[in-house]
Design a protein around this ligand. Structure first.
Ligand code: PLP
Length: 476
């Protein structure tokens, strides 16, 4: 391969090109090139101040080049460059199950699954039919009469969630669920402080960010909500030390997603429950990513049989169809609504299309045994990743996870970046975890087949092999 045009200022280079350029022409002493070159690629982004293009944007004539041009001109130029840098440079056309077809006619296997959203698979026929029926009958709610779609989903959530969880507040996203949980915990306890975990991710609105655990996303927005502290995830003693008389709630993901797919030690969730009970604080589990079968149990907290006072849901509850968020709480917590039933509300939360999708999604999880399937297929995928780890122990530090929530930790985030580029080049959608770029996550739809697992395993093995070859002789 000839050296790519890294020095051509009009060309947006890809990560794979950088890797080859480094290996073939520029071999540095260390492999810390990823961040440097990503910066270089992004530096070539110049915001278009005035877009004078007049091309046709009707669906039939809106070609790739024009979509990419307009994304850059009207959405987010830097993100557009970043996507192209990694190799995500085409337009999605349709998607079914685990497969996304793009504008070049390629079929991509989605191993990212919308960061855990596509659990029942894209365009599941039962979800689509249920939503279509609701759409044709009543697309949106009057907001003053009772909604059967909403009530039915709330009842179903009460049936499938653990412990005394019985009531649901509906919203539209995971971050909104975090906001609701924070406000309800303050109201219920009369306290103002929160304890959460380092590396955690609960969303990017101000409250959700305040309880999240990565400074890179928080510092630019300081000051955030006061009284929020983070402790190491999985460390019960640290949790005990941080909870005090003004702690309204402890908020934890049962398995950390964006922190790098971190499974806590056995007994951690139970200890968190006891610490909260001893100190009069509420326990909130953020099951936005772990919920509805992702970890091989219906909820991540089921691994320890621990029930929270509130549970946050979003992502998979959408049925990969209509956005939704939810906080499910106990009757004791729900007393807070008695003084003012409108103390917290949202116009679109609990809309009939989202609730129809949510109900249908749970039916699919139940009827197709997706919880058990997540465990079975997860074991197969994880075995394949472990086989690759044995071949390349210097590159892959750890393979971990539960069910189809799998993380592969690499020795260096540059290596993870090049492996992702290799996967994308082999038609596999993948990404690293937001708060830990050394970890590639595998969270495909729970309906992934054996053949698709074999495809992902082969592509992974080949991508690690070619990355290893590319970086031969480079000190990591
Ligand atoms: C555990 C967890 N909580 C909350 C959120 C925020 O959800 P949303 O992006 O819908 O706001 C996410 C998103 O990745 C998440 O993984």
């Amino acid at each position: 391969m000839t050296a790519p045009s890294l020095h051509d200022p009009t060309h947006v280079p890809t990560l794979a090109e950088f890797g080859h350029a480094i290996a073939l022409t520029e071999k540095p002493g260390t492999a810390s090139f990823h961040a440097e070159f990503a910066t270089l690629a992004l530096a070539r982004t110049s915001a278009m101040t005035h877009d004078t293009s007049t091309h046709d944007t009707s669906p039939a004539n809106y070609g790739d080049e024009n979509v990419l041009h307009d994304y850059e001109a009207h959405i987010n130029p830097a993100l557009s460059h970043l996507m192209r840098f990694v190799g995500y440079d085409s337009v999605e056309i349709e998607a079914h199950g685990c497969l996304v077809r793009d504008s070049r006619g390629r079929e991509l296997l989605d191993c990212l699954g919308g960061y855990g959203t596509m659990s029942v698979g894209y365009s599941h026929p039962h979800v689509v039919a249920t939503v279509r029926e609701q759409l044709e009958r009543q697309a949106f709610s009057s907001r003053v009469l009772f909604s059967a779609a909403q009530t039915r989903l709330a009842k179903k959530l009460a049936q499938i969630t653990p412990g005394e969880l019985q009531y649901t507040f509906f919203c539209n996203s995971g971050a909104e669920a975090a906001e609701a949980a924070i406000k309800l915990a303050r109201l219920k306890t009369g306290r103002t402080h929160f304890v959460s975990a380092i590396g955690s991710f609960h969303g990017k609105t101000m409250g959700a960010l305040s309880i999240s655990g990565r400074e890179r996303y928080k510092t630019p927005f300081a000051p955030l909500v006061p009284g929020c502290v983070q402790v190491p995830f999985g460390d019960a003693a640290a949790l005990e030390g941080a909870v005090e008389t003004n702690t309204a709630a402890v908020i934890l993901e049962p398995v950390q997603g964006e922190g790098g797919i971190i499974v806590p030690p056995d007994g951690y969730l139970k200890a968190a429950r006891e610490i909260c009970d001893r100190n009069g604080a509420l326990l909130v589990f953020d099951e936005v990513q772990t919920g509805l079968g992702r970890t091989g149990k219906m909820f991540g907290c089921d691994w320890e049989g621990v029930a929270p006072d509130m549970m946050m849901l979003a992502k998979a509850l959408s049925g990969a169809c209509v956005p939704i968020g939810a906080v499910v709480g106990t009757p004791s917590v729900w007393e807070v609504w008695n003084d003012n039933p409108l103390i917290h509300s949202t116009t679109f939360g609990g809309n009939p299309l989202a609730c129809a999708a949510g109900y249908a999604a749970i039916e699919v999880v139940e009827n197709e045994n997706l919880v058990a399937r997540s465990r079975q297929q997860g074991e197969k995928l994880m075995a394949a990743m472990r086989a690759a780890q044995e071949k390349y122990p210097g590159f892959i530090k750890e393979v971990r996870g539960r069910g189809l929530m799998i993380g592969v930790e690499f020795a260096h985030d540059d290596v993870a970046g090049l492996v992702i580029a290799g996967l994308v080049g082999r038609n596999i959608m993948a990404a690293y975890t937001l708060n830990n770029p050394t970890v590639i996550r595998f969270e495909p739809p729970l309906v992934i087949t054996d053949e698709q697992i074999a495809w992902a395993a082969t592509a992974f093995d080949e991508s690690v092999a070619s990355t290893a070859e590319m970086l031969q002789g480079i000190e990591l």
